[in-house]
Design a protein around this ligand. Sequence first.
Ligand code: CMP
Length: 181
Amino acid sequence: MKNKLFIILATITISSIITKVTETFSIESNLTFAMIKPDAVQTKNDDKIIDIIKQHGFEIMAMKKTHLTQKEAENFYSVHKNKSFFCTLITFVISDPVIGMALKKENAIQDWRKLMGATDPKKALTGTIRKLFGTNITENAVHGSDSWQTAQQEISQFFPNLSANFKEKINFNKKKEQQYV
Ligand code: CMP
């Protein structure tokens, strides 16, 4: 009897651990942060880029047009603060408004990076957003998170309420979505 009870409890515990792990991985691979940079906003290519994003199966969970301050831009790109191009990058990204988005799709991080193309538009593949709309390595039309950790930080910076509970985003309801889109 004791053995049976132990087996039942162990089974319940193991299956709840498996559910949690599965949930975590599905959240991690389903969300990313995207930004339309000042060059693409200024040339009015933002609508075209948003259409391409939707056509490729991404769901826009949140979207915000904002003019970043120097401090916000330096925080956003803090990982590059020791790079030679940091000042050029910050000057560019605060030159005009940007559009930040939280995107949802299976394999969102990898798929968005693939759709953006190489950082240098000259090296980007035909059909990618940077090939279509980018000018040079700084003015390259769009940005995307390179990992789940970065995606969390970037989504948090643009959408603090949305990121309060990442699990919520998966079941993000229409009412909430309208607050951000
Ligand atoms: P992004 O995807 O926004 O991430 C960091 C940005 O830094 C990148 O796009 C480019 O705009 C910029 N960047 C990366 N490498 C270089 C480089 N070698 N020279 C100038 N800018 C760069």
